[in-house]
Design a protein around this ligand. Structure first.
Ligand code: NAP
Length: 344
């Protein structure tokens, strides 16, 4: 079997570290792995798997020539500059930022939902990983859409602080500590104190009153699943370290019962249904941490609309919401021989 030279760009970050872990855990066929980050952490070390240690390289000086795949997780502005540079050197970029997601020449991929889109990467040599909240929702919506036809989705998210990277996690920890000594930390990463609080803003505000994160869930769901589906999202930051939750309300074209929806979800790739109608018979973010699945619970009829369904959906935002999804895309590139094709 062929093996590949893989660069993890943003290797010192919350997602980058999870990418290294995921590559090792899934035995992705690597001949060499590079850990790349900013000049700030160049020369430092990160773990790769159980027993390997990589020395961090400076992105500014990193030459992508001869590297097969680059998994980027460094934010929009830096991706905008360096992902095209890597792509031009012949390296296939899988980018976690929102920079290229809505580019018509860049496929936006969740392997359980639209794996066929991967082959369209040639135009820019870049594949985009969707937003973490979008990924887990579309994994759960896909089998329901295939069977019952989705008309409209109303979603409220409960998003963990790791969605804002390592600094988001540091701020929750620091702010929680100062509450215990009756003090306060002025918020820096979040708009208000995140400790013992919830914040109905993720990303900046747009002209229509939605936030950027809410807009992403709308446009990305349409691009990945079906442009005809109407979506409205309210995205909320909660004081949880890892794991996003979503309350999803779906209106279908066709009749659907909770039992039929449960059966469709049970057979869907990437989904685990944990739905007992008793105390604790559902999954919470703390239980999803470190797991690969998208968990669906609380499946029930929504009698407020015709053909309505409500459910609760939870996943680890650093894994399926970012690192795992990117590695799965890389696995598809290998399985479909697309890397060989692009080198030829
Ligand atoms: N966290 C999530 O749940 C999630 C989910 C989906 C997508 N994403 C996206 O993934 C990206 C990274 O997120 P994260 O949560 O991992 O953030 P993070 O923990 O803040 O890590 C950021 C990474 O980017 C590197 N970086 C920053 N500026 C750089 C520069 N100028 N040159 C080279 N490297 C630079 C950092 O390196 P240094 O350590 O050297 O500063 C670090 O490795 C973002 O675009 C984010 O939107 C995140």
């Amino acid at each position: 079997m062929s093996s590949f030279r893989v660069a993890v760009v943003g290797a010192t970050g919350a997602v980058g570290r999870e990418m290294l872990k995921t590559l090792a855990e899934r035995n992705f066929p690597v001949s060499e792995v590079a850990a790349v980050a900013s000049a700030r952490s160049a020369g430092g070390q990160v773990s790769f798997g159980e027993d390997r240690v990589l020395t961090v390289k400076n992105l500014e000086k990193f030459d992508f020539t001869g590297w097969d795949i680059a998994l980027f997780s460094i934010g929009e502005a830096v991706s905008a500059e360096h992902a095209p540079r890597a792509a031009a050197a012949g390296c296939v970029v899988i980018d976690n930022s929102s920079q290229f997601r809505m580019d018509p020449d860049v496929p936006l991929v969740v392997p359980e939902v639209n794996p066929g889109a991967i082959a369209q990467f040639h135009k820019r040599n870049i594949i985009a990983n969707p937003n973490c909240s979008t990924i887990q929702m579309v994994v759960a919506l896909k089998p329901l859409h295939d069977q019952f036809g989705i008309k409209r989705v109303v979603v409220s998210t409960y998003q963990s602080v790791s969605g804002a990277g390592k600094e988001g996690m540091d701020e929750l920890l620091a702010n929680t500590k100062v509450h215990y000594v009756n003090d306060k930390n002025p918020p820096q990463i979040f708009q208000k104190d995140i400790a013992f609080n919830v914040i109905p803003q993720i990303g900046s505000f747009l002209d229509d009153g939605a936030t950027k994160e809410e807009w992403k869930m709308v446009v990305e769901t349409k691009k990945i699943l079906d442009p005809k589906i109407a979506v409205i999202a309210t995205c909320v930051r909660v004081p949880v370290f890892i794991g996003h939750a979503e309350a999803v309300h779906v209106e279908f074209h066709n009749p659907v019962t909770a039992a039929e929806a449960r059966a469709a979800l049970r057979h869907a790739p990437g989904v685990v249904v944990q739905d007992q109608r008793l105390d604790g018979g559902y999954i919470t973010p703390a239980e999803a941490q470190g797991e690969d699945a998208v968990y669906v619970s609380r499946i029930r009829k929504d009698p407020s609309v015709e053909h309505g369904l409500a459910f609760w959906c939870v996943s680890d935002n650093l894994r399926k919401g970012a690192a795992l999804n990117a590695v799965q895309i890389a696995e598809h590139l290998v399985a479909q021989n697309l890397l060989v094709a692009q080198a030829a």
